[in-house]
Design a protein around this ligand. Structure first.
Ligand code: ITT
Ligand code: MG
Length: 204
């Protein structure tokens, strides 16, 4: 039986690499991951949902509708206690332009410049949606608790990783190896709860 193609609908290359790594590590046999660059371009709804779940579902629905393939998508961000859980769904464009990781982290560090250690709590959140054309829709959430550092450290990962220090670790998320991050991260946690739905999709 040929592998079931699963479209992974993300245009963030570093996030896509993580999505693929976690799904591969999950060892779900019978699934072939397909990237957006392997399918004809299609219009994507703006990410204007109020929640990570709304946005993840919109991205996965768009991908499934445009290609007829089962589609998984992630919407994620950082929720900072001292900013009333912002940037949240605005994480990618917090500094005003989409995907400017350094500008986003610099702005957050400036906003928390006088925030004491005990009030620098934060959590990464990932909502992952799996939409099967003519079939089920599954949305799951993973969270990763930590704190916002006072300066950037580390070269790994992407986005806010250099200023996020996971609970129980003195290093930033950008100082973790990819495997260490996947084992603990919001995205790893969310995707691992999708495994039963993925195994059902693969017919295994
Ligand atoms: O929507 P897609 O195409 O998947 O790509 P994106 O980068 O726009 O992704 P989101 O809309 O989900 O925004 C996620 C933003 O939240 C931040 N973020 C999400 N996951 C992260 C992680 O694991 N480490 C660091 N920052 C993360 C980072 O700034 C991302 O740009
Ligand atoms: Mg996005």
């Amino acid at each position: 039986m040929p592998d079931t193609k699963l479209l992974v609908a993300s245009r963030n290359a570093k996030k896509l690499r993580e999505l693929r790594r976690v799904l591969d590590a999950a060892g779900v046999v019978g699934i072939e991951l397909v990237g957006l660059d392997e399918v004809p371009p299609f219009p994507e709804a703006p990410e204007t949902g109020a929640t990570f779940e709304d946005n993840a579902l919109a991205k996965a629905r768009d991908g499934a509708a445009a290609t007829g393939l089962p589609c998984v998508a992630d919407d994620s961000g950082i929720e900072i206690d001292a900013l009333n859980a912002m940037p949240g769904v605005l994480s990618a464009r917090w500094s005003g332009t989409h995907g400017q990781d350094e500008a986003n982290t610099a702005l957050v560090l400036a906003q928390l410049s006088d925030t004491p250690d005990e009030r620098r709590g934060a959590a990464f959140v990932s909502a992952c949606a799996l939409v099967i054309p003519g079939g089920t829709e599954t949305v799951v959430r993973g969270e990763w608790r930590g704190a916002v550092a006072r300066e950037s450290h580390g070269e790994n990962g992407f986005g806010y990783d250099p200023i996020f220090v996971p609970e129980g670790d003195g290093r930033s998320a950008a100082q973790l190896s990819p495997e260490e991050k996947d084992a603990a991260s919001h995205r790893g946690r969310a995707l691992r709860t999708l495994i039963p739905a993925l195994e059902e999709l693969a017919g295994t």
